[in-house]
Each structure stands twice: as C-alpha cells, then as structure tokens.
Design a protein around this ligand. Sequence first.
Ligand SMILES: [Zn+2]
Length: 105
Amino acid sequence: MVTFPPGESQDVCAICREPFEEYDPEFAQNYANLVCEACDKKAVTKHGSRDRTKPASETHGNPVYIDGQKCWRRYRFGGYITRLDEHDCDTIEEFHQKHREEFSD
Ligand SMILES: [Zn+2]
C-alpha cells in the first residue's frame, strides 16, 4: 500500500501535506508519494548526516533523507523529482516495484 499511488490525484506533499505550489495534480499523479520542493531542500545524503544533497546520478544521488524519512529521486531533464519511500527499500528498483512506478519517460 502506498499513500499516494501513481495514477491517483495528488495535490499535497507526501511529507508535509502542504498543497503543492510547484507541481500541478496532473503531473503529480504520475508519481508515487511526490515530495514538495520545500521538503526536498531539507534532504541529506545519509541518515543523520548534515551533508546536503547535490543533484547527481540515479545511483549516486539515492536514497536521500528528509526529516529522517527515506526518499528516492528520479533524475531527468537536468532536474529531478523526489518521492517518499514507505517501505524502506534497499534499491531504487525495489522502490519502483513496491510503489507501482508505472510512469514511463
Ligand atoms: Zn513538503
């Protein structure tokens, strides 16, 4: 089970539950548990670490932690989106499986 599965409308952030300012619901529904930019700015590279994340590659830029919660990023078009992991996955493949990532580029 995922709180905001892909294919269902999502208009609030999966972490802070504030309405999205930067994403419209149609865009957000392509992704599971999309996280807003305000939360994403708090992301660190390791649990408990103070290192801020830098945009990198799918392998080196994942996972990230926001307020201690594991998240995975999808890097594309020179940017990225961040999604909350509800199942403590070990790899981004596992995350995609468990969060029914059906969006295709
Ligand atoms: Zn948020």
